[in-house]
Design a protein around this ligand. Structure first.
Ligand SMILES: [Zn+2]
Length: 380
């Protein structure tokens, strides 16, 4: 009898002892359109000599075959998790900020709401506390939050002066006690020319982030890739596509490391999104609503499509539902609360301005039964 009771107790306790400790990795890829993510190379752009100087670079990325451009997103994330944003199939998500440029986008993504004070890409310290800063103040997560970005604005977006967050972005070197790999990356970065004045090549962001992950085991890691947007602004569609493909490969490598590490395996939620969309056809290079930005003179008052974004996610709490058809309006600002919820925190409780977390499971169930009452799905 006694023996049996112990056995029962053991069986009951086993799931508790194996209970995973949640981790989150957020990856943003700056300025990547849903059109490429879900439809692959744009047939109206990919053979235009004015935008494609190196056709062999993108020969493998056929229009209509997005799995060639982003194999990890389509073969792994879409199979094991969810994607949102393929507007041809009734799946849509937008930024709610009226500016549709980067800093306002990252403000919305990371703080959960749009702020009229953040209407440009100027280097101003963010007056708002992002979800990263708030989570880093929680005892369970203190010093377990880190951000790596290609764009040199991230120390301002994340207000490192106030937040004290671990942030390495732009052309910053790693500081302090360094591994051999970090020392080498510092040297390599200093000797590598970047085509952009304020954005380093993503390979440095990726490698610094992975090495930090190996050494310090953050519970919340943010990787902000940036070169795709800059190649697009330069009008280099081949380089833009190649950057998207590299970003997908970076995320695949990252996921493989996470799944090979018992600290992260099967307990890490991966969230992937972007800061804004871009224009269509001849306007693909640009984005934004200059009419909304005081003092900013853009090429036209509004590049249509800049508000259209996308997201992908997988992890222990995310259903393997593939593309989720959306009703109502899914918003960029929901990411902040979603990220907190994946770590077990209620962000809206401290930041009422933040949009509510995505409810992927409910959306997947509704989609499964084919009826999505508008009232219920509003704001999902
Ligand atoms: Zn841009």
């Amino acid at each position: 009898m006694m023996k049996l009771n112990w056995l029962v107790l053991l069986v009951l306790l086993l799931p508790l002892s194996l209970k995973a400790e949640p981790k989150v990795v957020l990856v943003s890829i700056d300025g990547v359109r849903w059109q490429e993510v879900f439809a692959g190379a744009d047939p109206t752009l990919y053979q235009q000599p004015q935008w494609v100087k190196t056709p062999e670079l993108i020969r493998a990325f056929k229009p209509g075959q997005p799995e060639l451009l982003m194999p990890f997103l389509h073969k792994t994330v879409k199979q094991q998790g969810i994607t949102v944003g393929d507007r041809r199939q009734g799946s849509a998500i937008n930024v709610s900020n009226p500016y549709q440029i980067s800093y306002p986008g990252y403000q919305e993504l990371l703080a959960g709401f749009s702020d009229p004070a953040i209407h440009s890409n100027n280097k101003i310290a963010n007056p708002n506390v992002t979800v990263l800063e708030w989570l880093n103040q929680q005892p369970q997560l203190q010093h377990k939050v880190a951000a790596f970005g290609s764009w040199d604005l991230f120390p301002y977006i994340l207000n490192t002066k106030r937040s004290g967050l671990t942030v390495n972005a732009g052309f910053m070197q790693e500081q302090g006690k360094l591994s051999e790999k970090q020392k080498y990356l510092n040297q390599l970065q200093a000797k590598t020319p970047s085509p952009f004045s304020s954005v380093r090549l993503d390979v440095f962001t990726q490698e610094f982030a992975l090495e930090h992950m190996r050494l310090h085991k953050p519970k919340l890691l943010y990787i902000a890739l940036g070169e795709a947007d800059d190649f697009a602004h330069l009008g280099q569609y081949d380089q833009y596509l190649a950057a998207i493909h590299r970003s997908d490969q970076f995320i695949a490598d990252l996921w493989q490391e996470l799944q090979n590490d018992p600290y992260y395996r099967n307990q890490t939620t991966l969230l992937i999104s972007t800061d804004h969309g871009r224009g269509e056809a001849a306007q693909w290079r640009s984005h934004g609503k200059s009419a909304a930005v005081p003092g900013y003179k853009g090429p036209v008052p509004q590049i249509a499509g800049s508000e259209q974004i996308w997201l992908a996610a997988m992890g222990p709490e995310i259903p393997a539902a593939g593309l989720i058809r959306t009703t109502g309006s899914w918003q960029q600002g929901q990411m902040a609360a979603t990220l907190a919820a994946a770590l077990g925190f209620d962000y809206q409780a401290v930041q009422p301005k933040a949009a509510q977390a995505f409810d992927f499971s409910a959306s997947a169930r509704l989609a499964l039964f084919g009826k999505v009452p508008v009232a219920e799905s509003q704001g999902l």
